[in-house]
Design a protein around this ligand. Structure first.
Ligand SMILES: [Zn+2]
Ligand SMILES: [Zn+2]
Ligand SMILES: [Zn+2]
Length: 103
């Protein structure tokens, strides 16, 4: 089942939150629709805390969820490698769970 959710990157506005190209440019994550599709079951992205934005500070979408703020994940088991944070010690996505925090 695919669920349609609000685009986390632009908060559903459909506009590029960082005005990277121009003030009227569309959000690259949802193509300006304000909505994105994620396959169920979905879990909030721990890597970006559901914001859809890259926590490393770059003005780009989260590299784990692609800006959607949620990831498709079947499991509820916390990743022992990153203790469920989705981050490895260098701040990059955990290699074991690929940033989802669940495995
Ligand atoms: Zn968007
Ligand atoms: Zn994310
Ligand atoms: Zn992990």
């Amino acid at each position: 089942m695919v669920k349609i959710i609000k685009c986390a990157f632009c908060s559903g506005t459909g506009n590029d939150p960082f005005d990277l190209l121009s003030p009227i440019s569309h959000c690259l994550v949802c193509n300006g629709t304000g909505k994105v599709e994620v396959e169920e079951p979905l879990k909030k992205c721990v890597f970006c805390s559901g914001t859809g934005k890259n926590p490393l500070g770059a003005r780009v979408s989260c590299i784990v969820c692609g800006g959607k703020g949620n990831n498709h994940c079947e499991s509820d088991t916390k990743c022992k490698h990153c203790k469920g944070t989705g981050k490895s010690s260098d701040g990059l996505p955990c290699t074991r769970c690929r940033g989802k925090g669940l495995i």
